[in-house]
Ligand binder design. Structure first.
Ligand code: PEP
Ligand code: MN
Length: 333
């Protein structure tokens, strides 16, 4: 249950009540709110003088639920870039899978600038399926991303792979990406909950929508409301494509959750040939953001080589998105 306390309730009182009710205590829009483990039981009358409203839930999708907050939450990345809320924006995030060298990431940064894209993506700590493949440049990669931010004024999204570098990534990134394989890592989720930086949480490829949104609740209940959900494909019986992009799931997330929804067609299909069509289908869903991998020379990419678009392919795709966005009353940013 989400209990919103009256504005006159101070921090000490809120925390005392929180202890009594075994609740999370966070503050939102100037009011303290308690998220109690008992979902539907009526609150005891003795709390009435402190309580403004109490919203019961029949599952643990609470802070992310439209039942609690009906409008989509806003992630204000900069004066120019608003994600979610009533912005009507579909914000494009582009860049290679991994930072591989200064030259490679600088070429990607220059492509973003040329097209007017404000957010550059690239992993420095890569969650690879095999220990024998490229694991990312680590801190050196983060420093290169930092350099691109200063030189080109881009916002940077990069992922936290595991607990060894959570604080490092929190320090360097503008958006913290939690990858599909890390979606269940409660250490990472809780650390991101304590940060105030925007978080892009990817759906684990073997998880239900309920489990996905509950992972987001770990971040939200820590006090960080800047959470975005990213559908990036789930595992099905199909093997011709890498994963299956769950657009039904996207419809669910849009209908029932108040978190901005970002789609990642690149990791879903896993093959560059299908990314442009799929990306347009994503934008047609009326989403808050789109993430696409692009590399100056995909054939030699050190990770996810088969799915990255080259810059010409990406440019053609990017230029086709505006009309699709307009058809669903959105604009590409
Ligand atoms: C990535 O974004 O490069 C990545 C590894 O994504 P995912 O966690 O969705 O596999
Ligand atoms: Mn990748």
């Amino acid at each position: 249950m989400i209990v919103t306390l009256k504005p006159e309730v101070n921090s000490n009182q809120a925390h005392e009540l929180g202890k009594e009710l075994e609740a999370f205590v966070i503050s939102e829009n100037g009011n303290f709110i308690l998220i109690t483990p008992n979902k539907t039981k009526k609150l005891d009358e003795k709390y009435a003088s402190f309580v403004l409203s109490a919203v019961p839930f029949d599952d643990d999708i609470q802070l992310a639920s439209r039942k609690y907050k009906s409008e989509t939450r806003t992630v204000q990345l900069s004066d120019q870039i608003t994600i979610g809320g009533n912005s009507g924006n579909t914000v494009v995030i582009a860049g290679p899978c991994s930072v591989e060298s200064e030259e490679q990431i600088e070429q990607a940064a220059q492509l973003c600038v040329k097209l007017g894209i404000g957010i550059l993506r690239a992993g420095a700590y890569k969650p690879r399926t095999s220990p024998y493949t490229f694991q990312g440049m680590g801190l050196d990669g983060l420093k290169l991303l930092d350099k691109m931010r200063s030189k080109y004024g881009l916002k940077i999204i990069t992922e936290i792979r595991d607990s060894t570098h959570v604080n490092e990534v929190i320090e360097y990134a503008d958006i913290l990406q939690i990858g599909a394989k890390a979606m269940y890592d409660h250490g990472i989720l809780k650390s991101c909950g304590k940060s105030n930086k925007p978080v892009l949480l990817k759906r684990g490829f073997g998880t239900t929508l309920q489990e996905f949104v509950q992972s987001a609740e770990f971040i939200l209940s820590g006090g960080n409301m800047n959470v975005m959900l990213c559908e990036r494909g789930i595992r099905t019986f199909e093997t011709k494509t890498r994963f299956t992009l769950d657009l039904c799931g996207v419809a669910y997330l849009k209908q029932y959750t108040n978190l901005p929804v970002i789609l990642d067609p690149s990791h879903a299909i896993g093959y560059a040939y299908g990314v442009p069509d799929l990306a347009r289908a994503c934008v047609a869903m009326g989403i808050d953001g789109l993430l696409v991998e692009t590399h100056p020379n995909p054939a030699v990419a050190k990770s996810d080589a088969s799915q990255q678009l080259n810059f010409d392919e990406f440019t053609v795709l990017y230029k086709s998105l505006g009309a699709v966005a307009t058809s669903v009353s959105r604009k590409i940013v």
